[in-house]
Design a binder for this molecule. Structure first.
Ligand code: NAD
Length: 494
């Protein structure tokens, strides 16, 4: 696979994505190929094969052959590969950035931020030799207990379209430094960033068969869930699929962690700082064209906050579609988003800022920033994940009502409060039903080393996907009890 040559938004083709199995690029035989669309242009920039059980079996065989030598390396040596990956990601930062932008549709700046955040995840992997020492204690006279983190074996990951570079890097550093062999199925909408990651990992010294890529959709995911040799599976995507995958993976005895969708509530109270709140809320619901699981989706307006809503509307209407705001992933997604705006309008909601009919300069799929004022809890604009640059404002009388509304959502990824009162902030942070919370923060992503993961219908499984929890997810804890003194007396431990 050559480098990706783009240096601007100009339409650029890329060779067809292939599977990466046993360290080789493999063209699957007799499989349908679908188009990989550049959403900014609405045109095919590449194709991707839609594989199934056969290719998953081949990847498992390659992983099986490579695993023993890899898991026998000291952890510190395995981590060296990620130092090498970090260096190469910096060297190729422009290339990786444009690749994300072209296959996903986000702006150059957003794409660069994604790759840099991916690098932060790689750095966590580099730090594991200093973190994964384990614990030991003399539990009795001459008797020591030690904890050792062992690889699980062959493991797998399934990733979504909205962060083609970063989400795979939520998984790979901990899983691979932990001594596993990995099979990744990237989103069929954005398979190309993973192609480049596979190459950079290989250049950085990862042995063949330790990282494998099998392209496709549902069939590949089901084959990964069902394969008895795959010991753990992490999934990131929408809630209905996360739930299905969690159930199916668990049925075959796997460890599973499945992150789902979101409907993040931002609670804004009258004492909130006007500038900071307006800037933050707008950045949160329009960033990545609202196609991120941490995007603001509902603003809960507590009491008299019209001055803040006015400032939000003013800022949102100034955003230039195509320049400041990227494309929507597909025509179907664009229609879905517009459908929610139409439905809310029909139900009497005021469309304060209307993103319908907005377009970038190169064809493609677009929705401009949209502010819906007067949504209520009976409407799909409140309950459903719209996954576009749409802010649904629900007005409530007091903080109690705001918390009740937030708690009613089945999701639980993120929630924030905007206030200058420590007392209010503390109260709300103690009551909202979400895993990642913010005080005057629009996108409360826990940066490394803090783990990323929501609650409720935003996550199925235990723990977080990044940070130390990620390492724990991809490893098994062995407890070793050793009697050093060779005591011959009998006790209950003998
Ligand atoms: P998606 O659920 O449609 O697809 C995710 C992955 O699942 C893809 O690789 C896809 O090929 C596969 N897939 C799709 N349908 C399947 C099925 N029926 N059976 C098995 N596998 C299937 O999600 P998407 O549209 O790619 O991504 C957007 C969604 O991901 C949003 O809901 C967003 O909130 C969520 N997301 C969540 C997080 C998080 O951390 N919680 C992060 C990023 C994205």
């Amino acid at each position: 696979m050559p480098q990706f040559e783009a240096k601007s938004y100009a339409f650029t083709e890329f060779p067809p994505a292939q599977n990466f199995i046993g360290g080789e690029w493999i063209e699957p035989k007799g499989r349908e190929r679908i188009e990989v669309i550049n959403p900014r242009h609405g045109k095919a920039m590449s194709t991707v094969p839609m594989c199934g059980t056969e290719e998953v079996d081949a990847a498992v065989a390659a992983a099986r052959g490579a695993l023993a030598a890899w898991r026998d390396l000291p952890l510190r040596e395995r981590a060296q590969v990620f130092y090498g990956l970090r260096e190469r990601m910096h060297q190729h930062l422009e290339e990786l950035t444009w690749l994300v932008s072209h296959e996903n549709g986000k702006t150059y700046d957003e794409s660069k931020a994604e790759v840099l955040k991916g690098i932060e995840c790689v750095e966590y992997g580099c730090s594991l030799p200093n973190l994964a020492a384990g614990d030991q204690l003399d539990v009795s006279r001459g008797v020591n207990c030690q904890i050792v983190y062992e690889p699980l074996g062959i493991v797998a990951g399934v990733t979504p379209f909205n962060f083609p570079n970063m989400v795979p890097l939520w998984m790979l550093p901990q899983a691979l430094v932990g001594g596993n062999a990995f099979i990744l199925k990237p989103s069929e909408q954005v398979p190309l960033s993973v192609v480049r990651l596979a190459e950079l990992l290989t250049e950085a010294g990862l042995p063949p068969g330790i990282f494998n890529v099998v392209n496709g959709g549902k069939d590949v995911v089901e084959a990964l869930c069902d394969h008895p040799e795959i010991k753990a599976l992490a999934f990131v995507g929408s809630t209905p699929v996360a739930k299905l995958v969690y159930g199916r993976a668990a049925q075959s005895g796997k460890r599973a962690l499945c992150l789902g969708g979101a409907k993040n509530h931002l609670i804004v109270v009258p004492d909130a700082d006007l500038e900071l709140t307006a800037d933050n809320v707008v950045a949160s619901f329009t960033g990545c064209a609202g196609q991120r699981c941490m995007a603001a989706s509902v603003m809960v307006a507590v009491g008299e906050v019209d001055h803040i809503i006015d400032a939000i509307a003013e800022r949102a209407s100034k955003i230039e579609v195509g320049k400041d705001l990227g494309a929507i992933t597909s025509e179907a997604a664009q229609k879905r988003i517009v459908g929610y705006i139409d439905d809310a309008e029909k139900k009497g909601v005021k469309v304060r800022v209307d993103g319908r009919g907005k377009a970038g300069d190169a064809g493609g799929y677009w929705v401009g920033p949209t502010v819906l004022d007067g949504v209520d809890a009976t409407m799909p604009a409140w309950s459903d994940e719209i996954f576009g640059p749409v802010l649904s404002i629900v007005r409530v009388k007091n903080i109690g009502e705001a918390i009740e509304l937030e708690n009613k959502s089945p999701y639980g990824n993120a929630s924030s409060v905007y206030t200058t009162s420590g007392d209010i902030a503390r109260h709300v942070m103690g009551k909202v039903s979400a895993g990642m919370c913010g005080v005057n923060v629009g996108v409360p992503v826990p940066r490394e080393p803090f783990g990323f993961g929501g609650w409720n219908d935003s996550k199925f499984g235990q723990g977080n996907i990044t940070g130390w929890d990620g390492y724990r997810f991809w490893t098994a804890v062995r407890k070793v009890t050793t009697k050093w003194a060779l005591q011959k007396d009998q006790n209950w431990m003998s």
